[in-house]
Design a binder for this molecule. Sequence first.
Ligand code: ATP
Ligand code: MG
Length: 577
Amino acid sequence: MTTSENERDSNPPLPPAEIPAPGATNFIHEIIEADLRAGKNGGRVHTRFPPEPNGYLHIGHAKSICLNYGIAKKYNGKFNLRFDDTNPTKEDQEYIDSIIEDVRWLGADWEDRLFYASDYFEQLYEFAIKLIKKGKAYVDHLSAEEIREYRGTLTEPGRESPYRNRSVEENLALFEQMRRGDFPDGTCVLRAKIDMASPNLNMRDPVLYRILHAEHHRTGNTWCIYPMYDFAHGQSDSIEGITHSICTLEFEDHRPLYDWFLDELEIYHPQQIEFARLNLTNTVLSKRKLLRLVRDGHVRGWDDPRMPTISGLRRRGYTPEAIRDFCERIGVSKSNSIVDIALLEHCLRQDLNLRVPRVMAVLRPLRVVIENYPEGQVEYMEAVNNPEDPAMGTRQVPFSRVLYIEQDDFMEDPPAKFYRLAPGREVRLRYAYFIKCVDVVKDARGQVVELRCTYDPATRGGDAPDGRKVKATLHWVSAAHALQAEARLYDHLFLKANPDDVEEGQDFTANLNPNSLEIVPNCWVEPSVAGAAPGTRYQFERIAYFCVDPDSTPEKLVFNRTVSLRDKWAKIAAKGE
Ligand code: ATP
Ligand code: MG
């Protein structure tokens, strides 16, 4: 059985996560510190991140990477990146490349320790031979279906295979033939000989090797038998001298099996420690489900900015710092829970707020003509790049007679609490002047298409010398100078906090949010962003954080909305206090 078959599809709803204080230590740190005090492993600490290259990494993997790499750093230890590449039919070089890029981007450093379980195939084969020689493994000719049938259930013991008591010699010969390629796929398997009556199903003679005449992305056609994940994983950790094999809770039941292998093989014994996997509201974190979204075209690819993949988050505008901060804050525990995605967004805002320059952009333009501003005149207004950080300096923003403002910053017939622009009303244009709306131009259908305004030259810079006040400050761009852009506005991919909460006969795709992507095709951005490279981040003042998408062309910039300015987490946290 591969781990992807272990997926828990019909989860009961999870309780919301308790978020520990940032910087808090966790129960794994405590175990390691106790081991260090006891002099275990000669004071060595060695962790690893062991992905299967059968999909792209997601934010849950980031939790594991931060945990494992963080431990190596904290205890002056080592961290390996190892691909558990034992299933050639589901694995691909594309996944390997993306995983390497993502782990590096997150800031984890494996130095020269990039390994592959496939590098250990010969050694794992020798391990299997050793088990056979000890009478602890046998070649079984039952079909996959029969093996399942013989396995029994949680309440019923399994039955022994009729092939279970073959002689060591016969098993050695058959296993050799399996390796040589004498048998087609599915003819037989190598199984451990443990206990068909064990209350732990994993101990009921698990399969160690199956025949797969499939080309492996690294070993080519050298092998036509491949070790099962369960047989490869623990032994690979042992070969690498991993001291603490940290994995998610669903492997708790596999620990007795991993221990059995290490004991029977009499090899170095890493300590397995399980922790709760990350679950996020409105998000699926299962490679199989993410693959479905990609294959069925629900998203534009693994790096679609709506995806919880590392590459999707990166394209969306997430920083590695924000993701690491999030992983730190959610902590590590032994009980499954669900973290509000608002916390992830909060961590991102905290980071962007301090570092990202602010610019003015208009997503849905309304033309404004300043009637008393001279035709052809251009003034350059000094604008602050980030009020949180004076060192980020200022820039010059062109102002002219024809501007764009946001359509929803104007109302012809404003209700009581609307303080922005309206007929006869005066507002401030940020970094520029007070303007007053003197007339409204409509098209044949009665839609407002242009505002005629006047400006007060005495208010340059944003204040009136006579002390008169306005109640709103609007952002704007100069029509003649602004750059045209497309904005892609994202919302959660799933409507429900738990996407697996579906009616009978439906699956998680029934909860897809049909409005998770809104394309705003005709935006205008101030000229200072000209030539910005993909990945460059901005705060569009009063709107949201955005970053430049790789789909941008010299003619048209494309921006992804990274995250809104409104912090839902701050509200949730305040309520909890
Ligand atoms: P899936 O179950 O979606 O197929 P996986 O867990 O099998 O994913 P792996 O490539 O085996 O994916 O994962 C590599 C490591 O990342 C494992 O040690 C696993 O425990 C850890 N991991 C995977 N998902 C999460 C998660 N949601 N939270 C924390 N750690 C995770
Ligand atoms: Mg796995």
